[in-house]
Design a protein around this ligand. Sequence first.
Ligand code: HEC
Length: 149
Amino acid sequence: MLQHAVRAVKTVALLLLFCSASAMALPNTPQQNYLLKCSGCHDIDGSGTVAGGIPPLPGYIGSFLDDPQGRVYVLHVPGVISAGLDDTELADLLNYVNHKWGDVKARPFTAAEVKMNREHSVADVVKLRREIVSRFVRDGVKAGTYPWP
Ligand code: HEC
């Protein structure tokens, strides 16, 4: 009987330890942040949906990261700006996404660049994308199917 009680107490103690360890939560990995903050719209494989108005990332994200204005743009798309991630988490997340689906040779984001670019306000991201992509078309750079006018 006593043994059972001791075992039960030990189990509860272990559970508490486990719960408090996970509550102290290590920061999310970029992959976890992608799943939590981006995949709901862009899908796990980054494909998005044309019908839903979500552009695909694989094969195209690198074009934006290779372009100075494109780097400002990706930091101002609504899903990124409202992700609730700090500068370091966003830099790591965008580098992860780029590494997975973009141009591994693109210069990685640093927290300092994210901070600096976020301080610039972009009045109209759709217009900014249009400007960037018209240059891409001229220069033969790839951009994904974009559902917005
Ligand atoms: C609520 C849905 C939603 C979420 C969540 C979301 N996005 Fe998006 N994303 C969009 C839409 C819609 C666009 C295109 C609209 C625009 O450019 O303003 C877009 C555009 C983009 C683009 C530019 C692609 C292009 O071809 O123009 C990138 C890069 C991007 N998102 C990355 C992310 C990342 C990284 C996350 C997670 C932090 C994220 N998005 C979360 C809906 C979402």
